[in-house]
Design a protein around this ligand. Sequence first.
Ligand code: AMP
Length: 282
Amino acid sequence: MLILKTADDLKNSVPHSKDKTIGFVPTMGALHEGHLSLLRESKAQCDLTVCSIFVNPTQFNDPEDFKKYPITIDRDIELLEKEGCDVLFLPEREEIYPDGTELKERYDLGELENILEGAFRPGHFQGVCQVVDRLLTLVAPDQLFMGAKDYQQCMVIRKLLTLKERFSGIELVIAPIMRESSGLAMSSRNKRLSAEGLEKAALLSATLKSVRDQLTPGDNEFLIRDAEQYLRKGGFDKVDYIALADAVDLHAVKEWDGKEPVVILAAAFIEGVRLIDNISVS
Ligand code: AMP
């Protein structure tokens, strides 16, 4: 596996040609099976796979969360080599933000920016777009692989791809959520939980599944409120939201017609760690 650290290295070492497709898997490291599933998907679909590891400071609205973000770079490199990743892009901050981290342009994400994650993490999606814009410009992939675990992020990136002409040829591939046997969605942040916290955290996916199983056409507000209580009683310190939303633009669904594709999304804290999860209703 080639490990490249600069934009110039990337330009010189990653060949672009019509008959060799490039798959790209952007990550913040502390890799787990969720990340590796994206890598495998890219390897199955593309001729060359580039993975990036960069803990992007501009998407952290909470400086403590940024400081505590797990970093396991030696193990990450081992895992990527084992999976047969072709290129790891491992830039320093200056390489991604040569002119500083200040946002140079605002991305027009519409309402997607203000709801759910956007409401609780102001500026988060602008930071995500800022880094993904830069990475896509440097890597210039044919396919971009992202996980449904970050459902709203996928919708935001889908929108970003329509905002820039240079991204028009990039296909976004959304891969399913990888879970622990307990049902807990895999996440780098899980590494910050105690054994007890990990056990309790499984309640998040179980609760989403239970809401999905009980969903009926009409108003499901009572189900959502019950679920919120259930999480609190089960040891979650704080529930930012549980919501039933349209699967495409994520607008809140008050009265479900029983046919519209919807998704149930949640964000909640356990042991001070913020976890997100979602489940689609087909
Ligand atoms: P992160 O390193 O958390 O920024 O995640 C990098 C990519 O991995 C994003 O596209 C995530 O959605 C994806 N990802 C993270 N956790 C999972 C998971 N449990 N299953 C599938 N994809 C995931």
